[in-house]
Design a protein around this ligand. Sequence first.
Ligand SMILES: *Cc1c(COP(=O)(O)O)cnc(C)c1O
Length: 406
Amino acid sequence: MGFSKASWALLNAGCLERISMFKLSKKVQSLPPYLFLEIDKAKRQAAKEGRDIIDLGIGDPDQPTPKFIIEALYKASQDPANHRYALDQGMPVLRRAIQGWYKRRFNVGLDPDTEILPLIGSKEGIAHFPLAFLNPGDISLVPDPCYPPYKGGTILAGGAPYIMPLLESNHFLPDLKKIPLLARKKAKMIFVNYPNNPTNACASDDFYRQLIEFSARNKIIIISDLAYSEMAYDGYKARSLLEFPGAREIVIEFHSLSKTYNMTGWRIGWASGNANLISALAKVKSNIDSGIFSAIQLAAVAAIEGPQDYVKSMCDIYQERRDILVEGLSALGWSAIKPKATFYVWIKTPAKVDSISFSAKLLKEANIVATPGVGFGKYGEGYIRMALTVPKERIKEALVRLKKIS
Ligand SMILES: *Cc1c(COP(=O)(O)O)cnc(C)c1O
């Protein structure tokens, strides 16, 4: 078994730092292990043994990037002007394309020069943003379970994450009323992510209004991760916080082309929102990177301004897979909710079985990779996550295998 409870515990205990004569910094020592690397190791080991693995582990689209986007990249890459360092703040033509998309999609007007910042994937922006505002002793309010860089970015900036449990009883929304006074005082920022990875929950308008009121009152920056805003089903349309009154002063939103256009490997996304927050992030980044390959920026313009029917057909594919998986699991007596958005199914483990043991069992007995919920934080315990990133035939095969072992 590649990832066992023992190897997980060892990593958590910080065995990494003992294998070298160089002592890791306290910040790096206190980073949680990056779960996906561990699962990947286990998966590769299983594949090496010749086993037929169905990988529902990692959230990476299996469909190719649309052809017209690849062609735009090819064309732009022929131009030597695009081979040089790109401008730190992104090409004006890309910022204007994003401005147009925002207006069409959310009816929100943004200033392309001050309120939009292209990124080398939204992950780097999310992870770098805390560097702009956290001092030692400061807190960021982090949902749990969550996308790992919220905690990692906070810790690398010298801050401390304050955990907000996402519980099914509260629709996987943080309960703002439960955040104690001291944490509110020390908090500089709050992370939210709806549609949510890993729980697939969506935010209500009511929650967004409360969040803005809470954050404005306590002078807390809202960091909203909208990576899945376009991956939705049954007519659901995710909203931008910037549509709500009072948001413009305190919100920075992170968007990604990764999931919307099947471009995870390309590394491109953007931040949009309050101009002071955007310029602070730009200042941090100007010390770290030197912009995005211009040809990729021009391909992103093609993606954003090109035909969007591709996004709809992508959602149709995931929706069909979702129905097969969730209905199949329900027939087996498993507890899983049909997601309105994202390509994740968040599934309860059987009573008294922890998520790592359960994932390990699925890999060992059914050759299925699923992500243990605890990898997203301690409140992910009791769940596993399956991603709808394999063809429907493979999902059907996974269900056949699960029937045999359950
Ligand atoms: C996939 C994902 C992203 C996108 O990251 P990129 O760096 O833009 O590829 C951001 N947030 C969440 C929650 C994700 O799952």
